[in-house]
Write a protein that binds this ligand. Structure first.
Ligand SMILES: [Zn+2]
Length: 371
């Protein structure tokens, strides 16, 4: 399977300039080729394969007004033709819409790089035409064949992404099973053998509350500015505020992502034999207005997705209990079903005398789930 990596780059001013040249060149050549393809179709021509387009690009570069394309890695331009081919293929097989022209305003700008000239050494990464670029990461980057490396600009941050083909690891697993109950009060309550682990809801931390308040404040500011100018024009002030909002949004989503990765990593490192989670009907739950915000922020589906693939890497069996499995309503002691259990009941009380935390009760039921 392919494992994907995402690494923050720290280019110098000079390198950043070259990144932008590549981004602009990549966008230009995409739009040029798409237009070429469309004009050709209009004139009754057949689909042009990338090899011919690549030849056309070489011819284009001979023209004095397109000489600037020489500043850009030739391989990057060729790879864009692969991208366009792929887009058309997806369109022809009804898997996607017709390819679109790329806009300068799109919030993610990116370009592909030549993987054969791309390697890591100490604290820099070598990128064709650009040179040695510093990077920042907590991963151990494997020495391997790197697949589809790309450089992206997201909110003025430079991100390098690539994939690595890796084999699933065979690890010595424990005999214990694990049940994970996802929730709004706490992110996850975990039953593992006789142990219980609770991972708190990060939105309730002081730091996140502060950031979320800041976000609300900025959003209110923007809408007020729109109202006072009346004609819904984007003034410089509004643009500045909107950039700030975007950056803050990105910052918050990074904290979420990070927290999810740390949590799922900790659980996987316990090396359970099997992990059982609920099959959440998330879209159904999102319709419940009181829950939706909290659930969205908790990124339940992202949690499940991470557990799934991390289990796969480590050879752990991953099971999702059926949607109708009464994980919350069943007593983990005697098995009786409590039909009148409400969402606000935080403590599970059974006639058999079992009294326990509602989420832990659910986690135990999941842990014992019979496939
Ligand atoms: Zn009971």
């Amino acid at each position: 399977m392919i494992r994907s990596y995402k690494i923050r780059l720290l280019p110098t001013k000079e390198q950043e300039k070259m990144f932008w040249e590549h981004i602009n060149g990549a966008r230009f050549i995409w739009n040029w080729a798409l237009n070429y393809q469309m004009e050709n179709y209009k004139n009754g021509g057949k689909y042009i394969f990338r090899y011919r387009l690549i030849k056309e690009i070489s011819r284009l570069k001979e023209l004095p007004e397109y000489e600037w394309l020489y500043e850009i890695s030739n391989r990057t331009l060729q790879l864009i033709m692969f991208d366009l081919d792929f887009s058309y293929k997806m369109f022809f097989t009804n898997k996607n819409r017709f390819p679109k022209f790329k806009s300068k305003k799109h919030k993610i700008q990116a370009f592909p790089i030549r993987s054969e000239r791309f390697y890591f050494k100490e604290d820099f990464v070598q990128i064709e035409k650009v040179g040695k670029v510093k990077f920042q990461t907590n991963y151990n980057i494997p020495v391997a064949k790197y697949i589809n490396p790309r450089i992206k600009c997201i909110n003025n941050k430079w991100i390098l992404t690539f994939g690595v083909e890796c084999e699933n690891q065979a690890r010595n697993l424990n005999k214990n099973l694990m049940g994970i109950d996802l929730g709004v009060k706490d992110l996850a309550t975990v039953a593992y053998g006789d142990d219980c682990f609770v991972f708190h809801n990060i939105n309730k931390s002081k730091r996140m509350k502060k950031l979320n308040n800041k976000l609300k404040h900025l959003q209110r500011n923007v809408s007020r500015k729109y109202h006072t100018n009346g004609n819904y024009e984007k003034t410089n002030n509004i643009l500045k505020l909107e950039t700030k909002i975007k950056e803050l949004y990105y910052h918050i989503s990074c904290i979420h992502q990070n927290y999810l990765h740390q949590t799922t990593h900790k659980l996987i490192e316990l090396l359970p034999k099997r992990v059982v989670m609920e099959d959440l009907n998330i879209s159904g739950m999102m319709k419940n207005r009181h829950l939706s915000k909290a659930i969205g922020e908790q990124c339940f589906s992202e949690f499940i997705c991470q557990m799934k693939y991390k289990c796969e890497w480590n050879g752990i069996e991953f099971v999702q209990a059926s949607r109708f499995f009464p994980s919350s309503k069943a007593c983990s002691c005697c098995g009786q079903i409590k039909k009148d259990l409400k969402l606000k009941d935080r403590i599970y009380k059974c006639d058999c005398g079992n009294v326990m935390d509602r989420d832990y009760n659910a986690a135990i039921n999941l842990m014992r789930y019979e496939v």
